[in-house]
Write a protein that binds this ligand. Structure first.
Ligand code: NIG
Ligand code: FE
Length: 431
């Protein structure tokens, strides 16, 4: 471990944050693999200057000789970068309590899906819900993730299924994005084939949905669920190639239950990330180690469905960059805390705390193709967490707490109690 260097000329800043007892961060942008996955820089008694929402200076507090319009003292608390949650399905309506009861009675998740429940049930409930209700419920989930420390949250469509349903979902995500204090990254998810018209649906996705989404800028990322109950690798390849032709970044749900070729496809097509991997074995780990995709693990799914955890330890040891996400959804991962996703990875994927922090920050940013978040240094967005305990590992040792004391986005405290018409309003302190 070494300390980040003080960088940047003595400047004028909008704000200076002082009283940082210890700042812990990945060194800079880009996916970290192998031993680098555990590499954190530590700076004691630090100060951080913010200009236009970005870090304009970072170094030992005694070395600051600039001018700041405003100064905030953290009183010796620790700081880490804001967490990045690179895989969520938080836009949904309805509930899956009946599925939960069925699963608890022994019916497997896939059987519930095959008989028209599961994801199909959420598709029906989402289509039936008034838009205001869909937004109210989703806003509250986003607020939960932010309270847990997420300052960038990916949100997938995927409960729309039809062309019109998916477009409506992405429009709702655009509304969340416009009003949120944190960064929201939309993804078009092609979740399940239409059981009544598999070919026609595929054709509509390729000929109408993807071109429309790309042309309207509703999402810059495309995801496909590759699984026995969902799309075959061949079908997924057609969808993904079409997305790429329209300039979309690619990601996949692969190897959740069966390793049927999703990993191979992701690496062949140069996907930015491949997510799930609970069923991946030595062969898939080898393929990933040859490629550049980030492996995004979702420990909430292992916990909820009682599946073995994805082989996080083996992936890191093989030199595959590993990221972590909540996969927040009503079926396989009702996990409303990004911090808890990291904490679970220590237990279910055998990551070390430093590896998990890198997985939940800079590697998660890389999975989304983002270079200005997931680390703290000059040029990064001033997204950070103020820690409840002097040692940052407290955040990952506890289960369900202690969470971050404060969450900052673009250099301003996110006010969890901002006045708003509904629970979950995510406001900023007045500037
Ligand atoms: O990431 N695997 C497919 N999609 C989601 C589950 C969605 C649901 O059950 O509603 C996942 O696990
Ligand atoms: Fe998912």
């Amino acid at each position: 471990m070494s300390g980040p260097r003080a960088k940047g000329a003595a400047p004028t800043a909008d704000r200076l944050i002082v009283g940082i007892g210890q700042l812990v961060t990945p060194a800079g942008p880009g996916a970290k693999r192998g031993p680098q996955q555990a590499d954190l820089q530590v700076l004691d008694d630090a100060a951080l200057a913010v200009t236009d929402g970005f870090v304009s200076w970072l170094g030992p507090a005694v070395a600051w000789n600039g001018v700041a319009r405003d100064e905030v003292d953290l009183g010796g608390r620790g700081v880490v970068p804001g967490l990045i949650d690179p895989h969520t399905h938080l836009l949904w309506a309805g509930d899956r309590f009946d599925d939960l009861e069925a699963r608890l009675a022994g019916v497997p998740y896939q059987r519930i899906l095959a008989r028209g429940g599961g994801i199909h049930a959420t598709v029906r409930a989402t289509a039936a819900a008034p838009r205001s209700e869909l937004l109210r419920a989703s806003r509250a989930r986003l607020a939960d993730l932010v309270a847990s420390g997420a300052t960038t949250v990916e949100v997938k469509s995927g409960y729309g299924l039809s062309v019109e349903g998916e477009l409506a979902a992405l429009e709702a995500i655009a509304t969340l994005r416009a009003e949120a204090a944190v960064r929201v990254i939309p993804t078009l998810l092609i979740h399940l084939p239409d059981p009544d018209d598999r070919l026609g649906h595929l054709q509509a996705v390729i000929e109408r949905l993807i071109p429309d989404v790309a042309a309207r800028g509703l999402a810059a990322r495309l995801d496909v669920f590759v699984e026995r109950e969902a799309f075959s690798p061949r079908e997924a390849e057609r969808i993904l190639r079409s997305g790429r032709a329209h300039g979309l970044d690619l990601t996949l749900h692969a190897d959740q239950f069966h390793a049927i070729g999703g990993v191979d496809l992701a690496v062949r097509l140069g996907a930015r990330s491949v997510d799930h991997l609970e069923a991946s074995g030595v062969e898939q780990i080898d393929i990933l180690a040859q490629g550049s995709a980030v492996a995004t693990l979702l420990p909430g799914v292992s916990l909820e469905l009682g599946l073995p955890g994805a082989p996080g330890r083996a992936l890191v040891d093989a030199g595959v960059p590993v990221a972590l996400a909540t996969d927040l959804n009503p079926g396989s991962s009702p996990l409303h805390s990004t911090t808890l996703a990291l904490a679970l990875s220590l237990r279910l994927n055998r990551l070390r705390p430093a590896e998990a922090l890198v997985a939940g920050t800079v590697n998660a940013a890389a999975a989304l193709g983002l270079a200005d978040v997931g680390w703290l240094g000059v040029g990064a967005r001033a997204d950070l967490l103020v820690l409840p305990e002097p040692d940052w590992r407290a955040l990952l040792h506890g289960l369900g707490g202690p969470g971050p004391l404060e969450v900052w986005a673009a250099g301003r405290r996110v006010d969890r109690h901002a006045p708003g018409p509904e629970r979950g309003a995510v406001g900023l302190e007045p500037s």
